[in-house]
Unconditional design. Structure first.
Length: 126
């Protein structure tokens, strides 16, 4: 069987053995090497390693089993919380402005940390 009998699409698909792929994936997932370092060390293209990680990798599965979130999920959650907090902040500021207009009193209190209040009290005693 010559190389030309295999369809062109499948010709280079199994260039690396499964064991070799798993060795590369293990090195990347355990943190021994980054994808770029593994590409240089093993002589494989970085995109191939990324494809192997998505196909055979267990990192995301292990992370979900442990109840953790991937960094992308964590960032998305934090952005959603930030949007909610900003909208709540706008609503509360609007409410404070309305109360100040109707009653004419300043509702917002200025916060002074304890360390500064102690210094102020000490200075007043002198």
């Amino acid at each position: 069987m010559s190389i030309y009998d295999i369809p062109e699409k499948l010709r280079w698909e199994n260039q690396y053995s499964y064991a070799f792929k798993m060795q590369v994936i293990e090195a990347v997932e355990n943190g021994k090497l980054s994808q770029n370092q593994a590409a240089k060390h093993f002589g494989v293209h970085r995109k191939s390693i990324a494809r192997w990680l998505s196909k055979y990798g267990n990192f995301d599965k292990k992370l979900k089993e442990m109840g953790g979130k991937s960094p992308k999920q964590e960032i998305a959650d934090l952005r959603a919380k930030l949007r909610v907090s900003e909208s709540e902040n706008k609503v509360l500021k609007a409410v404070v402005d309305i109360i100040e207009q109707e009653y004419g009193e300043d509702i917002l209190k200025k916060y002074v940390p304890e360390s500064l209040t102690k210094k102020i009290v000490q200075r007043r005693k002198k």
